[in-house]
Design a protein around this ligand. Structure first.
Ligand code: SAH
Ligand code: SF4
Ligand code: F3S
Length: 441
């Protein structure tokens, strides 16, 4: 029997973290990973549905497996993730994709070993999707990608129902993990040599709101900060409506918590923000960013922006540009609004044409890139500490890693330093990265 596997992961860190758990379970069952999905005994496609092109990519990939299975008839093809929480997609897989053997969702990844075993015995296509939580499943084996940095999920789901977004439908309601479990997991990671943790949640600022123990995100940051061996603490994502002074204070006063905040604003127009159901306005964003910068002077603030939300006028778009210029984001992911069926925004009138959306995106990108360049210029000729993550993407002889503030640094240094923290002198600050040389400390 071919006991190799390949997991193909689309989407965000939540999916990456789920894939690490699926990988952990497969290894525990005696499977070994393999690079080439065409040769694998088990393939899992962990899907994302946040924008339409994510769905399109997955169906494109699935199509190719019709042929792969002709050459590798024993292959088991499983699909899971956010797309599978939508009945119309599961129907499409049922009706048009006979090459798929197992379908499961975001609420039952822990069931995968059983679903696989059942399939292998019965040979019958297995579909199991749960609607929502039966709480949390703890203590799954995890196969982590790096020994020196790790994702730690602190909560799942989302209660915000932004009008454009599919995530609350695919991931269910917010459920926070008990802090004792989170702290234990991080202590174990530290014992295994992990230096950096990334605390994950769709809205980490509301961590603990669903629990009764009066233990929230600031308490968690402070307690993780006390764990020996951990050198850096990151977290994402922050929703502006819940980023309180207590959270800002905990970041400012906990030395290991990175001065790096991913604060998704989505738009700068108060009118559009209201239609998006974001529950803050333009003035509140500007004031919040100012408050963060005053309290944490070396902070890098990054964001997500959507252009072309239904009804967005040129004036609304100019408000976004204005906020971007005032807030001076270090970098941003900008997206063209994508209609997700079942969300309130999909039914709104005055959807914006593709041409206008693209044209706005290009103007926004020009503005964002100028600002990134200006923000990075402050690093020129400075010495920064970098957690060395590996070889540089474009040059095998160089290294790359990130500063405390999250900036990507490509630099000349010792290959042996991968997985440790070194000091790098920045020789050239660019728009998307910094360039430098490791120095003896
Ligand atoms: N929970 C995070 C976001 C998760 S989704 C937060 O609120 O900060 C990541 C990003 O995808 C969002 O911030 C948003 O900018 C983008 N996005 C979500 N739905 C979208 C849609 N329908 N069209 C375009 N972009 C979308
Ligand atoms: Fe989506 Fe809004 Fe929840 Fe983020 S906060 S996952 S954008 S609904
Ligand atoms: Fe995509 Fe699901 Fe993440 S829709 S962005 S994989 S939560």
């Amino acid at each position: 029997m071919n006991k190799t596997y390949k997991i193909m992961t689309f989407g965000c860190q939540m999916n990456e973290n789920d894939s690490e758990k699926l990988s952990g379970m497969l290894k525990a069952m005696g499977y070994t990973p393999i690079e080439d999905e065409r040769k694998a005994g088990v393939v899992i496609m962990n899907t994302c549905s946040v924008r339409e092109n994510a769905d399109v990519r997955v169906f494109g990939n699935l199509g190719a497996f019709k042929h792969y299975k002709e050459d590798n008839p024993g292959m088991v093809l499983a699909v899971c993730g956010c797309m599978m929480q939508q009945p119309a997609i599961v129907k499409q897989i049922k009706d048009q994709n006979p090459q798929v053997d197992i379908v499961f969702g975001t609420h039952n990844i822990h069931r995968f070993p059983e679903l696989l075993a059942n399939y292998l015995v019965s040979g019958k296509r297995t579909i199991e999707i749960l609607d929502d939580d039966n709480g949390l499943v703890e203590d799954l084996p995890v196969d982590r990608r790096y020994p020196f940095k790790s994702y730690v999920s602190i909560m799942k789901g989302c209660n915000n129902f932004c009008s454009y977004c599919i995530v609350p439908y695919t991931r269910g309601r917010e459920v926070s993990r008990p802090h004792t479990k989170i702290l234990k997991e991080i202590e174990n990671l530290a014992e295994d040599g992990c230096l950096e943790v990334m605390l994950l949640g769709q809205n980490v600022n509301s961590y603990g709101n669903d629990r009764t123990d009066q233990y929230h995100f600031p308490e968690l940051l402070r307690d993780v900060n006390q764990i020996d061996g951990i050198k850096r603490i990151r977290f994402m994502t922050s929703h502006p409506k819940d980023l309180s002074d207590e959270v800002i204070d905990a970041i400012a006063t906990s030395d290991k918590v990175c001065p790096s905040i991913h604060l998704a604003i989505q738009s700068g127009s108060s009118r559009i923000l209201k239609l998006m159901n974001r529950r803050y306005n333009k003035e509140q964003i500007i004031e919040l960013v100012q408050r963060i910068r005053n309290r944490i002077p070396d902070v890098a603030i990054t964001t997500d922006i959507i252009v072309g939300f239904p009804g967005e006028t040129e004036e609304d778009f100019q408000e976004t540009i204005d906020v971007v210029q005032k807030c001076r984001f270090d970098s941003a992911f900008s997206f063209i609004y994508s209609k997700r069926s079942g969300t309130p925004a999909a039914a709104m009138e005055s959807q914006i044409s593709e041409a206008v959306k693209h044209e706005r995106l290009n103007r926004l990108l020009d503005c964002l890139h100028d600002i990134s360049k200006g923000q990075n210029a402050g690093y020129q000729d400075q010495d920064v500490t970098v957690l060395v993550e590996g070889k540089s993407k474009h040059n095998e002889k160089r290294l790359s890693g990130r500063t405390m503030s999250g900036k990507l640094v490509n630099f000349d240094g010792d290959m042996e330093s991968i997985g440790s923290i070194v000091t790098v002198h920045i020789k050239q600050a660019k728009t998307f990265s910094l360039d430098g040389e490791a120095i003896e400390s």
